[in-house]
Design a protein around this ligand. Structure first.
Ligand SMILES: O=C[C@H](O)COP(=O)(O)O
Length: 264
């Protein structure tokens, strides 16, 4: 093989390695009842969704079976939390095995609302991720800095620390999506600019290369979350290191379909 052919071949391999399937999650949080969930599922079932985008809806645990029964198989269902062990005397908790049994394929872990309101530590979130993966669930692991931390110039320090603790517990990243959600952008209408989000995603990818492996850095999907709407999703989706979204408020509305189709 001539040098020019080799360079072109290796260049193409690099491009192939970079292809990560866009993944959009809707996090319904503690919203909805049977009527509202039926309405959302009906609208998603009838929509023309980009088949190149993976779609996951994060449903309150109580409604996982119900939503699963109403959605097409092309849309996965996620729990929004799960405990770190399979069963036992943990009143009020739900295990990954239970979510799986109810029809969920995914679980969202480490959301900032879990970290801040329910005081979940980095360590507990890491343990939950390890157990959920061991039980066969795919995991959307959330990280992100508060406004105070951003203003103190600590964004990278915080997200690297959170990812570092995850990496102590996660040995195989193939069933993980990382969701970067700056806390100051969640539910506030203040979206990170595409440049701000891209900057953190690119820094995370460099961190992954240095601290885990080039393969994980190339293949791990990093979603952006925080006031994503139909109006801002396309520009965010055009950033090279943004591989999807984790959507809160807008996932309860018909505009979620436009967000799923942001790459179309
Ligand atoms: O999990 C989703 C995030 O908390 C974003 O929520 P939001 O889209 O309502 O800002």
């Amino acid at each position: 093989m001539k040098l020019s052919q080799f360079l072109s071949f290796s260049g193409n391999c690099k491009i192939l390695k970079m292809v990560r399937k866009f993944c959009v999650g809707g996090n319904w949080k503690m919203n909805g009842d049977k009527a509202a969930i039926a309405e959302i599922c009906k609208s998603l079932s009838g929509a023309a969704l980009d088949s190149n985008t993976e779609v996951v809806v994060g449903c309150p645990a109580l409604y996982v079976i119900y939503a699963r029964g109403l959605l097409p198989n092309t849309i996965s269902v996620a729990g929004q939390n799960a405990y770190k062990v399979a069963k036992g005397a943990f009143t009020g908790e739900v295990s990954p095995a239970m979510l799986k049994d109810a029809g969920a394929d995914w679980v969202i872990l480490g959301h900032s609302e879990r970290r801040q309101i329910f005081k979940e530590s980095d360590e507990l979130i890491g343990e939950k991720c390890a157990h959920a993966l061991a039980e066969g669930l795919k995991v959307i692991a959330c990280i992100g800095e508060t406004l105070e931390e951003r203003e103190a110039g600590k964004t990278e320090e915080v997200v690297f620390r959170q990812t570092g603790v995850l990496s102590k517990h996660i040995k195989d990243w193939s069933n993980v999506v990382l969701a970067y959600e700056p806390v100051w952008a969640i539910g506030t209408g203040k979206t990170a600019t595409p440049q701000q989000a891209q900057e953190v995603h690119a820094a995370l990818r460099q961190w992954l290369t240095k601290n885990i492996s080039q393969a994980v850095s190339d293949s791990l999907r990093i979603q952006y979350g925080g006031s994503v709407t139909a109006a801002n999703c396309r520009e965010l989706a055009s950033q090279p290191d943004i591989d999807g979204f984790l959507v809160g408020g807008a996932s309860l509305k018909p505009e979620f379909i436009d967000i799923v189709n942001a790459k179309k």
